[in-house]
Design a protein around this ligand. Structure first.
Ligand code: NI
Length: 135
């Protein structure tokens, strides 16, 4: 389907810069479709009861008191919802973990906040996706 979109000139200029940054394979229509899909996924993933996949990225200093054990214990407590964990030793002190989760959106978010809220985890971000994405 085709439709027209009206927007302020300043916004359109910035949008075209975004389109350019996304590479030669992308045009305005492609980027608008991508943005709409992102918004739909985010909206669907926030509806209670929705099944989601999530990736949680965290960074922490493994010297912090018993932190590695605490993070390990949480992941064992929720083994049904934690699909996989990738651990990267960034340098002498810093660790990076990417944790893949699945399940009900509320539980996935609860587990992510439990992990991010553990003392010593310096930063973290959860990205959710639904298993029912319109292509
Ligand atoms: Ni490490």
């Amino acid at each position: 389907m085709r439709f027209s979109v009206a927007m302020p000139e300043d916004l359109l200029i910035e949008f075209d810069q975004l389109v350019a940054r996304r590479g030669l394979a992308k045009n305005r229509s492609e980027v608008i479709r991508d943005l709409v899909r992102d918004a739909l996924v985010e909206s669907k993933a926030s509806v209670p009861g929705t099944q989601v996949m999530g990736t949680l990225t965290i960074a922490y200093d493994h010297h912090a008191s018993a932190l590695t054990d605490k993070l390990h214990a949480i992941q064992h407590d929720y083994f049904d919802n934690i699909v996989s964990t990738m651990h990267v030793h960034v340098d002498q002190h810093l660790c990076l973990e990417v944790i893949v989760l699945r399940g009900d959106t509320d539980l996935v978010q609860t587990i992510a906040h439990l992990i991010m809220g553990t003392k010593g985890v310096s930063n973290g971000k959860l990205v959710l996706t639904t298993t029912s994405i319109t292509r």
